[in-house]
Write a protein that binds this ligand. Structure first.
Ligand SMILES: NC(=O)c1ccc[n+]([C@@H]2O[C@H](COP(=O)([O-])OP(=O)(O)OC[C@H]3O[C@@H](n4cnc5c(N)ncnc54)[C@H](OP(=O)(O)O)[C@@H]3O)[C@@H](O)[C@H]2O)c1
Length: 275
């Protein structure tokens, strides 16, 4: 085990559900205190209580809508006031809209980009200096984990913005992995395939799924194993079949891949005009 966040503080976005809850449990188990961010405060408080009892974790609960202008600045100010120094950042909050672009509410598209891309970059920019500084104290105790997706590897018809947002997260994180080389900070893009969380329901996209869903436990275990490697890779795909498919996507002609993915998801008919 080379990732030891004991005695540091990990900030997790999207900690009210799915992967975020599991990241919180695994990082608390390793002795990290936590900053839990999402909109549903009741869920964050329940998780904080659970982890405080089980591991003695000190949790700072920050209910926040990360799509709102100034949300990241508010979070930075709250943590500065509480003198919380962030040693690990897990940019996990995200969601996807499903459907032909013309059928999706423009405000939902704005929120998708604001959360998956804009907030993720702002949080990374805000906390990266702290992550790098933290690392100077001890070896392998600090990490930046950005949750991308296997959607990052090819365009996703009917989830066009989502696929593009995750391609952004993957590219962005891999670049930072290089920039952080030699600093000791572990930088990782986690690329899960379809998994059993609230994500699918929110994306209203159950028909588009194929293959077996991974559990949040499996996905986060993949991330923890990657962090435990002495040379943490820039990205990791969770699940053997997902990893194989992602490799194949990399070598097959782009046009073929778009056709295959396009045929895979619902709705299959073109939308009628709504206005
Ligand atoms: N599950 C999958 O199939 C899958 C596959 C690949 C990648 N991913 C990615 O994995 C990440 C985690 O998703 P999940 O599967 O765990 O889904 P999830 O169960 O829906 O969790 C999403 C989390 O993001 C938070 N969130 C949503 N909107 C937010 C906002 N405006 N401000 C702050 N927090 C917000 C949610 O909390 P609140 O609603 O309380 O705010 C929730 O905690 C996402 O980035 C997703 O794109 C998921």
């Amino acid at each position: 085990m080379t990732f030891d966040p004991m005695g540091t503080t990990a900030l997790i976005t999207g900690a009210s559900s799915g992967f975020g809850v599991e990241f919180a449990r695994r990082l608390a188990e390793r002795g990290a205190d936590l900053v839990l961010v999402a909109r549903r405060e009741d869920r964050l408080k329940a998780l904080a209580d659970e982890l405080s009892v089980r591991y003695g974790t000190v949790c700072t609960v920050v209910p926040l809508d990360l799509t709102e202008a100034g949300a990241v600045a508010r979070l930075v100010a709250i943590l500065a006031e509480k003198k919380v120094v962030v040693g690990t950042l897990v940019n996990n909050a995200g969601f996807g809209n499903h459907g032909f672009l013309t059928t999706i509410d423009p405000e939902r598209l704005d929120a998708e980009i604001a959360l998956n891309v804009t907030a993720l970059v702002a949080l990374t920019r805000a906390f990266l200096p702290e992550l790098l500084a933290q690392r100077k104290g001890a070896l392998g105790n600090s990490a930046l984990v950005n949750v991308a997706s296997t959607a990052a590897f090819q365009p996703i018809p009917r989830m066009a913005v989502y696929g593009a947002s995750k391609a952004f997260v993957l590219s962005f994180t891999e670049a930072l992995w290089y920039e952080a080389k030699g600093s000791g900070l572990k930088v990782l893009a986690l690329c899960p395939g379809p998994a059993d969380t609230e994500f699918i329901e929110i994306a209203d996209n159950a028909d588009a799924l194929f293959g077996k869903l991974e559990s949040a436990e499996q996905v986060v275990a993949t991330a923890m194993r990657a962090l435990d490697r002495r040379n943490t890779p820039a990205s990791v795909v969770s699940g053997t079949m997902n990893a194989v498919q992602s490799r194949l996507v990399g070598v097959a002609p782009r046009r073929v891949i778009i056709d295959i993915v396009g045929r895979g998801g619902a709705p299959k008919s073109r939308p009628t005009r709504t206005r």
